[in-house]
Design a protein around this ligand. Structure first.
Ligand code: GLN
Length: 534
């Protein structure tokens, strides 16, 4: 089968859920046995989001090959139940970086280097390469931003050219737009959609299918109107209605026959999709019989997107445990004394301290870790969360007064967390942390070994600091167990303590590998133990 290229664009406003829509289409096509991959284009100049503040960008998702990516890659992996890689996320920065490097090497042979064709050729070649390298049937490319953005134009132009290159039967344009309900007039308004489709047409792209985000179902009159003004057949006006669970969206699309329409347009002859497992998951997610409340204690808590994969991993684990997840967001900057601690954490069933960078909120996290240890509350510390666990143990159990990470205090008498040796000479900030999959050997008879039921695991990393080898003896002699280590035993990957219902910290990020149909084992057992202490 010839490779098919689908482009997903967005109109009117951002945050309409283009990533979820793209992932849902991916899942629907995969359910027909097609080999599908998803690709995100981010039109900003940064080479990747790794150097951006979470307030700017939300979570940085890490792939197994160590790329720091847009958080939509997380949705892609969760819906497709596949791991993706570096090539699945393109930015303007990467495109210009390679075109300019080629120009400096003299490879354009004296030509003037221009947006069209050189930049657009580079964009197209990255889309095509992704397909050919992995023998893909359908590539779905999501173009970030909103039509009309100046920085998105070269990508839309490249998408337009793809139809010229491969023909109508091999390319498809899907546009996600907003159809707001105006309360005063008691009507849906289709004008913003008309305008955004017009903007897309100015770029030479007539959408084949419209996904209309709305807070309740559109009537056939409204769909008729959108169809007429936007020049799209009425059955291609699909309602992307708000739902309580994002994992329901593929089913909402299928109900409106979006999958069959895509297959027909792209002349793909496939039948009998299988979504049984997915349907079962959604059903379970919607009617749990238990409840658990988990405190998420970080410093970016006003921006939930900063913890996207953690939220999803917790909810996958909750569904698998037949529980509804309640999340309590704790700003660690505000945890200054015992009263604040008790108010924040007294009633929750589990405590999670996620990753983070910089000093703000760290002392609050250390207090929280101590509380979880002493009060026997199920606790999961991730990356910086593990580092805080070690700092707390050093200070309060091993008597190392003022123990700290050199990230926060480079004059501490007890630098129990320090830069990785290979990090000491690094000056460039972008893409230079310890990133991606690294193997970890689990100790026999530990909680970690019981959780994973394996001797060697691989999980994804993103950090510069680690447990300082100089203090391992002192920490372990007082009862801290390093139950996961790099295969040669040099790097401490997991710490836990015995005689506690559940108390574990990981240097890696288990949230990145959790999927609805395959929850991450650490999250699964964390939620399980939170239910046991209720
Ligand atoms: N700031 C810490 C480090 O660089 C932790 C990083 C994280 O939590 N992702 O090691």
């Amino acid at each position: 089968m010839e490779t098919k290229y689908i482009f997903v664009t967005g109109g009117v406003v951002s945050s309409l859920g283009k990533g979820i829509a793209t992932s849902s289409i991916g899942l629907l096509l995969k359910s027909y046995g097609l080999k599908v991959t998803l690709q995100k284009i981010d039109p900003y100049i940064n080479v990747d989001p790794g150097t951006m503040n979470p307030y700017q960008h939300g979570e940085v998702f890490v792939t197994e090959d160590g790329a720091e990516c847009d958080l939509d890659l997380g949705h892609y992996e969760r819906f497709l139940n596949n791991s993706l890689g570096r090539e699945n996320n393109i930015t303007t920065g990467q495109i210009y970086y390679s075109v300019i490097s080629r120009e400096r090497r003299g490879e354009y042979l004296g030509k003037t280097v221009q947006v069209i064709p050189h930049i657009t050729d580079e964009i197209k070649s990255r889309i095509k390469q992704l397909a050919s390298k992995n023998n893909i049937d359908v590539v779905i490319t999501e173009i970030g931003g909103t039509v009309g953005d100046i920085e998105g134009q070269p990508f839309l132009e490249a998408a337009r050219q793809m139809r010229l290159d491969y023909g109508k039967e091999n390319t498809l344009y899907i546009h996600l737009t907003l159809v707001p309900f105006i309360k005063a007039a008691r009507e849906f308004k289709t004008k913003p959609t008309q305008h955004s489709v017009r903007k897309l047409r100015e770029m030479g792209i007539q959408p084949d299918i419209l996904l209309c985000r709305s807070d309740s179902w559109l009537t056939s009159d409204e769909r008729q109107k959108i169809s007429l003004f936007c020049n799209v057949p009425i059955n291609a006006v699909i309602d992307a209605v708000d739902v309580e669970c994002i994992y329901e969206i593929p089913l909402i699309f299928r109900q409106q026959k979006l999958d069959q329409m895509i297959l027909k347009e792209l002349q793909i002859e496939k039948q009998d999709p299988d979504l049984t497992e997915w349907e079962l998951f959604v059903q379970k997610a919607k009617s749990p019989s238990k409840v658990t409340e988990i405190a998420i204690c970080g410093k970016y808590v006003e921006l939930r997107d900063a913890y996207k994969s953690i939220i999803e991993a917790l909810s996958h684990a909750a569904v698998a445990n037949d529980a509804r997840l309640k999340m309590k967001w704790i700003d660690t900057d505000r945890i200054e004394d015992e009263i604040a601690l008790e108010n924040a954490l007294g009633m929750v069933n589990g405590i999670l301290v996620p990753g983070g960078f910089g000093m703000r909120g760290v002392e609050g996290k250390v207090r929280i870790v101590k509380y979880a240890r002493e009060m026997n509350k199920p606790f999961l510390g991730i990356c910086l969360g593990l580092q805080c666990l070690v700092i707390e143990y050093a200070r309060n159990v091993c008597g190392m007064k003022g123990a700290n990470s050199t990230e926060f205090d480079d004059e501490t008498a007890y630098p129990v967390i320090d830069l990785l040796p290979e990090q000491k000479k690094i000056t460039n900030m972008g893409g230079t942390m310890r990133l991606g999959n690294w193997p970890c050997r689990l100790e026999a008879r530990s909680l970690a070994r019981k959780i994973y039921a394996k001797d060697i695991i691989e999980e994804r990393h993103r950090h510069r600091y680690e447990v300082n080898p100089k203090y391992i003896k002192a920490l372990t002699s007082k009862g801290l167990v390093f139950s996961g280590k790099s295969p040669k035993g040099k790097l401490m990957e997991i710490a836990e303590i015995p005689n506690h219902p559940f108390y574990i910290g990981t240097q890696f990020h288990p949230e990145f590998t959790s999927r609805p149909l395959a929850p991450n084992p650490i999250f699964y057992h964390f939620i399980k133990s939170s239910l046991e202490i209720i």
